[in-house]
Design a protein around this ligand. Structure first.
Ligand code: ADP
Length: 480
């Protein structure tokens, strides 16, 4: 891989400030199937070492002033931005997303580091009016301690920084296990953190067996908190595993985002929002629209305009200029997309565009639009995580809300309307942690990201993001 700074391509892991391990586990480019690097295959023993390093680093890191931690994080932010081109190239090669999207993710990932560098200084306590004349009641916030982060492949940089920056800002130390498909971006971020002056052991990054590393991170009593982004299935498993040591948890799990287009919507804006939310990262984000619910009066016109917009999308390797749709991450992802389409067609859906594996082969898939979708189809119940827009028809607002909420998930939801009364009614009725109203793009470091129901709990970004990494301690000072 041609990089400006070849030192960012790491084939070892970061434990206690030392780069260690034998490169074993192959990392492949999903656009070509080519092996691009190897990283260590660590298990429980190395995980214990990383946890011990984080434990040793904790007292000194916690004791620094918030401003000192903020200064180091700020340098990390600058270093990430300065390395944008290399980080984006590494990401595109291991993950598949178009280079323009990868650059966008680096800016987005860096924004969390900047934000939490600033928030580090604002972890305020409280003074509570006392229940007794001779006492004063105070609340202070302290770092949780050693934390663990397990992250997915769809946002190889941002899912790490929004956990790591919040943890470090709060005074915690961290062990990160990135997804096996995308460890290289994570390791490059670790290298930049080290250069920015993050002390040895404060951030440790280990690659290898998810089961073994996850087992140790959840069983080890030194780890006080686990933050996980990934599937609901694995989230439940990790929660059960964490019960033994009663860890604090943040769970950002799967979604099944509804996108409602009402009769009074601005249709061009709705099409633009649907494209942005559905096809970003080839449909592989947890806030991607999974079900597009369109009201009778505008259904056919919306479908027509959506198909025209979808025809403009360009499929290809992410490194090629102008490409907007990269490959799917792997063959199981491709199989799931095919199964969902076949199941929908079997149950009466019509293919308006796409529907097939792309002529490019590999894991490339045609951007697809289906109409006539119904709640009994697999794609109505599970996250497709691919470039398939599934259109459902509805008649009135009550039906739209019922359909939207007919899922165990509750991460993101979207709707388009110009009616102010309806906007409030629907926004309050939708069972989601985040709602896009007349927009398909909602993510920003300044707002709280997270879900409800089986999409998890905890919030990342915003002023709430750092709270997840601090404990409340109440002090009762009596005898005054
Ligand atoms: P995705 O569908 O995004 O791959 P997963 O939940 O399978 O979602 O994976 C998300 C992260 O969880 C990855 O880093 C993966 O390696 C990790 N993971 C998968 N299985 C386990 C497990 N049993 N224990 C701990 N981590 C796991």
């Amino acid at each position: 891989m041609d990089l400006i700074d070849a030192d960012l391509l790491r084939d070892t892991c970061l434990i206690d400030g030392i780069w260690t391990g034998e490169p074993k586990l192959a990392v492949t480019d999903p656009a070509t199937g080519e092996e691009i690097a190897r990283v260590p295959q660590f298990g429980a023993a190395e995980t214990r070492e990383a946890i011990a390093a984080a434990e040793r680093a904790l007292p000194a890191w916690r004791a620094r002033t918030a401003k000192e931690r903020a200064t180091i994080l700020r340098r990390w932010f600058d270093a990430i931005l300065a390395a944008t081109e290399d980080l984006a190239m590494i990401m595109t090669r291991e993950q598949g997303k178009p280079l323009a999207e990868a650059r966008g993710e680096i800016a987005y990932a860096a924004s969390y580091v900047e934000w939490f560098a600033e928030e580090a200084k604002r972890v305020y306590g409280e003074i509570i009016p006392s229940h007794r004349a001779d006492s004063r009641l105070l609340v202070i916030r302290q770092p949780v301690g050693v934390c663990a982060a397990i992250t997915p492949w769809n946002f190889p940089a941002a899912m790490i920084t929004r956990k790591a920056a919040a943890a470090l800002a709060a005074g915690c130390t961290l062990v990160v296990k990135p997804a096996s498909q995308t460890p290289l971006t994570a390791l490059a971020l670790g290298r930049l953190a080290q250069r920015a002056g993050v002390p040895a052991g404060v951030i440790n990054i280990i690659t290898g067996s998810a089961r073994e590393i996850g087992g140790e991170l959840t069983a080890n009593p030194v780890v006080r908190k686990l933050s996980f982004t990934g599937s609901t299935e694995i989230g439940k498993l990790l929660m059960a595993q964490s019960a033994g040591t009663l860890k604090k948890l943040s769970m950002e799990l799967g979604g099944n985002a509804p996108f409602i287009v009402f009769d009074d919507a601005d249709l061009d804006a709705a099409v633009e929002g649907a494209i942005a939310s559905k096809y970003r990262n080839t449909g592989q984000t947890c806030v991607c629209v999974n079900r597009i619910l369109v009201q009778d009066g505008v259904h056919d016109e919306f479908a027509r305009r959506l198909a025209i917009a979808v025809a403009q999308l360009k499929v290809g390797p992410g490194t090629e200029p102008g490409v907007t749709q990269g490959p799917l991450i792997d063959v199981p992802a491709l199989d799931k997309v095919e199964e969902h389409i076949a199941n929908a067609v079997e149950h009466g859906a019509a293919v308006l565009s796409g529907g097939q594996r792309h002529a490019l082969g590999g894991t490339f898939f045609e951007p697809t639009v289906l109409t006539g979708c119904t709640p009994d189809m697999a794609l109505a119940r599970e996250e497709t995580f691919g470039p398939v827009a599934a259109l459902f028809r509805f008649t009135d607002e009550a039906e739209a809300i019922r359909l939207a909420n007919d899922t165990e998930f509750g991460l993101a939801g979207y709707f388009y309307s110009r009616d102010i009364g309806r906007i409030w009614r629907v926004a309050e009725a939708m069972e989601c942690g985040m709602i896009g109203i007349n927009t398909g793009l909602i993510s920003t470091e300044v707002a709280p990201f997270g879900g409800i129901k089986e999409s998890g709990f905890g919030r990342e970004g915003s002023r709430h993001g750092i709270e997840d990494y601090s404990e409340i301690k109440y002090l009762c000072m009596a005898g005054l």
